[in-house]
Design a protein around this ligand. Structure first.
Ligand SMILES: Nc1ncnc2c1ncn2[C@@H]1O[C@H](COP(=O)(O)OP(=O)(O)OP(=O)(O)O)[C@@H](O)[C@H]1O
Ligand SMILES: [Mg+2]
Length: 496
């Protein structure tokens, strides 16, 4: 049995694949497990609904939401510190346990071979490596102990899920995934006549999601409440958490259809403070004014994606919980008047797609060629242009470029700088730059160092031929030829 996990900013969901054919969505019901973590020294670690329930009032300070957006952070509760990696590990562990429990109830008792985890379209290498490390944390340390078979971009997973539905022919679709923390888009084509059935034409992402809608509403409710109740919310986690929950409710109330198919044009935010109930009226107009800028940013990104790819798609598919907002669908229809826009399994498509992809993955990092994706970033190596003349003059030489088709291999020759050198170390940088030679100040993040051991201790100026690969999951691997025909595998020293 294999597992696909949609590890979301707000909700996580597992889907299993067994006997290589059937996909079962887990857990049952329509919604996922809240990606929420709670700790206190009496309750210990709680995840999901339990965490939500416990983390209210005075206990709100022990609650951590939206960890996916802060993967290099840490969180302390009741004097205990948790790294983001550990928190993600607890959440993935919980999703895995729920999935296995439900599989058990359906009498599926195959051993779990591994997992595919979906990630936002432009997650950085470090973000993916942290999620992988979290998934692989051993069960003895509260971790899920999962074997990661691969990663898939969230909108691409949703596309695979859409393509797998009966009666869908070969087609080219644009997926718009507005979730809790990011808006991910991709143009994906299916062609069942070839082995590489699914091709990602292009993808993009913004760090904008339902969370930002919540924050805008939360700020508005806070301001109004402070006026009405004469309180200060800032610095009071209990108030902040309460208002955040009310803001989410208000947002969701605007997307509830009434029996006559209309939506509400005003909603009352009700907040209890110190035993008194305050009502703050929020009209559709206020809601739109507070949040339209967010929606418009996602629409501009989508227009740009379409434009740079010639605008030819057969269908526009919307997924993600935030696509439930009528404001979003209205805005999309207005901006793309000639497109057929369909909301498709907003909460489940990504988990389904991850499970479908898991079916094609044999072992970690080796997806079969069923899917052809592209590099989300450019990757380069920091090196000296001419070490003897100017050892301080360092540049970054990009070897793999954003948009390259994966897996992508690229070679570059480097000279050793001293006699008997025992290893070479290459700092690797990730950026959006499209040129080959970049100045240090303009490249993006330093993400890792690749160490290539040189056991044969070559003389100075030996040419080392480095092959850097961005594999099907968008993760870096490197090997080098030391000039004597010895192939050396690089060790990655990650920067997190
Ligand atoms: N009916 C609804 N109306 C408005 N917003 C909704 C509704 N249902 C869910 N949402 C919002 O959708 C978001 C969660 O969607 P989803 O589960 O797709 O995101 P996620 O996968 O957790 O996040 P991401 O993919 O960005 O990491 C939350 O912000 C939630 O408040
Ligand atoms: Mg999502």
């Amino acid at each position: 049995m294999k597992l696909g996990i949609d590890f979301g900013t707000s909700f996580s969901l597992g889907a299993t694949v067994y006997l290589g054919t059937k996909t079962i969505l887990l857990p049952g019901g329509t919604y996922g497990i809240p990606s929420v973590f709670y700790y206190d020294d009496w309750s210990d670690v709680l995840i999901g609904e339990e965490a939500e329930k416990e983390g209210q009032g005075n206990q709100a300070k022990n609650l951590k939401r939206e960890i996916k957006l802060e993967l290099t952070s840490s969180f302390s509760a009741d004097g205990k510190k948790f790294s983001a990696k550990e928190i993600v590990g607890y959440i993935l562990s919980y999703v895995k346990d729920v999935s296995l429990q439900i599989a058990g109830e359906k009498n599926i008792r195959e051993p779990l071979e591994g997992v595919v985890i979906s990630v936002p379209a432009a997650f950085t290498t470090n973000e993916k490596e942290i999620i992988r490390a979290a998934a692989e944390l051993p069960t003895s340390r509260g971790g899920p102990g999962l074997k990661v078979l691969g990663f898939i971009k969230e909108p691409v997973a949703a596309a695979l899920s859409y393509f797998s539905t009966p009666l869908v022919d070969d087609t080219k679709i644009l997926v718009y995934d507005l979730g809790g923390g990011t808006c991910d888009i991709a143009i994906v084509k299916s062609d069942s006549r070839v082995a590489e059935k699914y091709t990602v034409i292009d993808s993009d992402m913004l760090r904008i999601g339902g969370k930002n809608w919540d924050e805008r509403l939360q700020a508005y409710i806070t301001k109004e409440l402070e006026k009405k109740a004469g309180i200060t919310v800032y610095g009071n986690p209990a108030y902040t958490e309460k208002i955040k929950r009310v803001a989410i409710e208000v947002k969701e109330d605007f997307s509830k259809k009434r029996p006559n198919s209309s939506y509400r044009d005003k909603v009352k935010a009700r907040v209890d403070i110190n035993g008194q109930n305050y009502g703050i009226e929020i009209t559709e107009k206020i809601f739109d004014e507070l949040t339209l800028e967010l929606l418009n940013k996602t629409i501009t990104m989508t227009k740009n994606l379409l434009q740079r790819n010639g605008g030819t798609i057969d269908k526009f598919i919307c997924v993600g919980g935030s696509s439930n907002m009528p404001q979003v669908i209205k805005g999309l229809k207005r901006s793309f008047p000639n497109r057929e826009i369909q909301v498709y399994e907003p909460e489940k498509a990504v988990a389904y797609g991850a499970a479908i992809y898991a079916q094609f993955c044999k072992e970690r990092g080796v997806g079969t060629s069923v899917l052809s994706d592209i590099a989300p970033y450019s990757y380069g190596i920091r090196t000296c242009e001419d070490y003897d003349k100017n050892p301080d003059r360092e540049i970054v030489v990009n070897l793999i470029f954003k948009g390259n088709r994966l897996p992508k291999e690229s070679r570059h020759g480097f000279l050793t700088v001293s006699d008997g050198q025992t290893s070479v170390r290459f700092p690797v940088y990730e950026s959006t730059l499209a040129k080959e030679n970049c100045e240090l100040y303009e490249v993006g993040d330093y993400i890792m160092e690749i160490e290539l051991p040189l056991p044969h201790r070559p003389p100075k100026n030996t040419k080392i031929e480095v092959t850097m690969t961005l594999n099907a999951d968008g993760l870096i691997e490197a090997v080098a030829d030391d000039g004597k025909g010895h192939i050396i595998r690089g060790n990655k020293h990650l920067n997190f």
